[in-house]
Design a protein around this ligand. Sequence first.
Ligand SMILES: Nc1ncnc2c1ncn2[C@@H]1O[C@H](COP(=O)(O)OP(=O)(O)O)[C@@H](O)[C@H]1O
Ligand SMILES: [Mg+2]
Length: 248
Amino acid sequence: MSSVDTPAGAEPDSGAVLLRLHEAARVHGSGTAVPVHALNGVSLEVRVGELVAVMGPSGSGKSTLLHLAGGLDTPTSGDVVVDGVSIAGLSVKARAALRRRSVGYVFQDLNLVPALTAVENVMLPRELDGVSTRVARQEARAALTEVGVEELADRFPEEMSGGQQQRVAIARALVGPRRLVLADEPTGALDSLTGEAIMRVLRARVDAGAAGLLVTHDSQHAAWADRVVLLRDGKMAEEAPFTAGFPR
Ligand SMILES: Nc1ncnc2c1ncn2[C@@H]1O[C@H](COP(=O)(O)OP(=O)(O)O)[C@@H](O)[C@H]1O
Ligand SMILES: [Mg+2]
């Protein structure tokens, strides 16, 4: 285990590696005639205080990279270490626990539970983690405030705009002490103002002691990142500090 168990609110151990991929590969259907090499030996480190943008054409392995980083999937070879814990050796149950403890994930298709209000959606991961309802509600309200939609706490997803739902999904990813924030095109369907507001929230959370990996097609959003990783055919084509002229 690393020393990154710092409770929320404590001095963030800036610079600690929160996510490490070493030659991580994911092959689909290796028993079949045409295996798909979704990710092909990617090595990457993301430290506390760093926001890294992942760019690349459709099918280049961006979502696969995030799935591995978040412990939603395991590498077929290589290693993925989250918060000092190697994903590959964990049981499904232990991976789920690591995800709940350490990883906030914003899915491309949001995945809000329609039968739950905004605050209940945000409380859910904390309650699953054994936090009392009272504390979970407090934390959820704080997370909704962080993304600027505290007044929507008691609304159901269908009573919110797409941008508002997006913010609630981000609050759910940020709630509690989780410090690896993974976002798969979180600004995809949003107007530019909401997109920028969301980038501001991600940046602030990372600066406050988290690490972030963000898939985006938008170079203006990538400009909020410290670095850009470019994927092509499951391989890292380039890694560079963000510059406006970075190839897309
Ligand atoms: N479950 C799967 N089974 C087979 N192939 C898959 C699966 N998931 C992803 N792939 C393939 O892996 C490659 C990378 O996919 P993905 O990571 O979703 O790319 P991106 O997010 O960059 O669009 C694509 O060729 C895709 O078709
Ligand atoms: Mg994708």
